[in-house]
Design a binder for this molecule. Structure first.
Ligand code: GTP
Ligand code: MG
Length: 176
């Protein structure tokens, strides 16, 4: 018998960092330079044939960057089991906001056992900027802040997006 798991995963980060682009790349294999801000929240679903006995329905919640100033995140975060926290490598302010998003997550949602939901940090738009000198810092930063991993990503060039999602899903499934 096949086991089916529904996993709710949040994608958060400041305005314009590329959350929607990352999801569209991951789910539909497309990219557009056109920017249209997400309003509230959007959803996408990806079905993963995880192993011969398990199908995962990965429900991605694409939270609008502007929601950091709203009061709906508590509702959106409910029952999430993982998160991707995204910043834009070309804009330092979006990196500073990572702490705010991670803090917001940890304050408003937790796993059944009380542990924080696992989160992976994405340094997006790596096609535009190389952060090489800062990478060792990012490694220690992500550890200190309790991320289960971090990746340089590009929705444009399709860099590391599958890997980042896999890292998160593996973590979720392992602690099952
Ligand atoms: P909100 O919905 O406002 O929170 O923004 P968002 O995080 O969903 O950003 P979105 O995915 O809409 O991307 C914002 C802009 O950045 C768009 O013009 C995208 O084309 C561009 N963009 C996203 N990812 C990348 C990337 O990896 N590389 C480059 N060069 N541009 C990107
Ligand atoms: Mg968006």
């Amino acid at each position: 018998m096949q086991r089916e798991r529904l996993l709710k995963v949040l994608v958060v980060g400041d305005l314009g960092v590329g959350k929607t682009a990352i999801i569209r790349r991951y789910v539909h294999q497309v990219f557009s330079h056109h920017y249209r801000a997400t309003i509230g929240v959007d959803f996408a679903l990806k079905v993963l044939h995880w192993d011969p006995g398990t199908v995962i329905r990965l429900q991605l919640w694409d939270i609008a960057g502007q929601e950091r100033y709203g009061n709906m995140t508590r509702v959106y975060y409910r029952e999430a089991v993982g998160a991707l926290v995204v910043f834009d490598m070309t804009r330092a302010s979006t990196f500073q906001a990572v702490l705010k998003w991670k803090g917001d997550l940890d304050a408003k949602v937790a796993l059944g056992n009380g542990h924080p939901v696992p989160a992976v940090l994405l340094a997006n738009k790596c096609d535009q900027q190389r952060l090489c000198a800062k990478l060792p810092k990012l490694e220690s930063f992500s550890k200190e802040q309790g991320f289960v991993g971090w990746y340089e990503t590009s929705a444009k060039d399709n860099t590391n997006i599958d890997k980042a999602v896999m890292r998160l899903v593996e973590h979720i499934m392992a602690s099952d």
